[in-house]
Design a protein around this ligand. Structure first.
Ligand code: ZN
Length: 303
């Protein structure tokens, strides 16, 4: 059982019993793009139907606490269909070392779970015999949780690096090493800030606490993400990654590439292999390193 919430760090106080194995099995094949509607109406087959909103929330958390969550999708990992591979930098380092030492691919079924994903699970809790934590209270919102396969096999390689198994919850690990910061408050705060930015006439308290008002607003939020995105002010680095990047910035990039004659069939706002190929071609033509990563230089030349 995921009852470790008060074991993961001293900042974690409440106790929530959440069976990770059953929750992970709930996630079926991911859709290509987010559900085009509100969170409350989103189908509950896979929590990546709120990918657009989830990506905005993760980006906003990193605006609140710089580099709080970094992606480990560049490591030798196989990811579950709705897994967001985000942990603090030091926790990623520990994973990388373990993977290199063992020389084996790490299968991750869940890591960071966004507030929007937890909302979907919570909305469906009455159909689920297993307990689901209220959004913002699951240890998977701390940014320090991981559900992996073959935990026993991995433990000797992770031991001493800050990753600890959770008794009674077979896939679950929590990071308690250097640089561990429980991000559950920021997880809620990030949503509250984004909501307020998009609803100046219906502002809610930015207190980082879960309550009925925040719940109502989250359910009324678009699954694809808000119109005013956190990357409007501070551009996001775009690249082909898992889960696929999705949002208004990707749509604009696709449109620019399409207008410039690159092979983009549709500007759907999802950064897939087609966009990756087009970006690399653009970079090659402009004597840039053709790595497919849209950073400041590529963006500048595209403007
Ligand atoms: Zn777990």
């Amino acid at each position: 059982m995921c009852d470790s919430i008060n074991h993961t760090s001293e900042q974690i106080e409440d106790l929530v019993v959440e069976p990770c194995l059953e929750i992970n099995e709930f996630e079926e094949t991911a859709p290509k793009a987010s559900f085009n509607g509100l969170v409350k109406d989103a189908p509950r087959a896979n929590t990546s139907v709120v990918n657009g909103l989830s990506q905005q929330l993760i980006y906003q958390i990193n605006l609140i606490v710089p580099d709080a969550l970094v992606s480990f999708d560049d490591l030798d990992v196989e990811l579950g269909s709705a897994a967001y591979p985000f942990v603090p930098p030091a926790a990623k380092q520990a994973l990388q070392e373990a993977i290199e030492r063992r020389g084996k691919r790490l299968v991750v079924n869940s890591a960071y779970r966004t507030l929007a994903q937890q909302m979907l699970l919570y909305n469906g809790r009455f159909n689920n015999p297993n307990p689901v934590a209220a959004p913002g209270t699951s240890n998977h919102q701390s940014g320090l949780a991981l559900d992996i396969e073959d935990r026993q096999g991995w433990l000797p390689f992770l031991e001493g690096s800050g990753w600890h198994p959770l008794a009674g919850d077979p896939p679950h690990l929590d990071y308690r090493g250097q640089g561990a910061k429980d991000l559950r408050r920021e997880t809620i705060l990030a949503f509250q800030q984004l909501w307020n930015k998009n609803h100046p006439n219906e502002k809610i308290g930015e207190d980082g606490r879960w309550g009925p008002k925040t719940e109502s607003c989250l359910n009324r939020s678009p699954a694809m993400g808000f119109e005013k995105a956190p990357w409007d002010e501070k551009p996001r680095i775009l690249r082909l990654c898992r889960p696929l990047m999705e949002g208004s910035d990707v749509r604009k990039l696709q449109q620019k590439l399409k207008d410039a004659g690159f092979a983009i069939s549709v500007a759907d706002g999802v950064f897939g292999s087609e966009a990756d190929k087009a970006v690399k071609e653009f970079q090659q033509r402009n004597s840039l390193v053709a790595d497919g990563i849209v950073g400041a230089k590529t963006r500048e030349l595209m403007a």
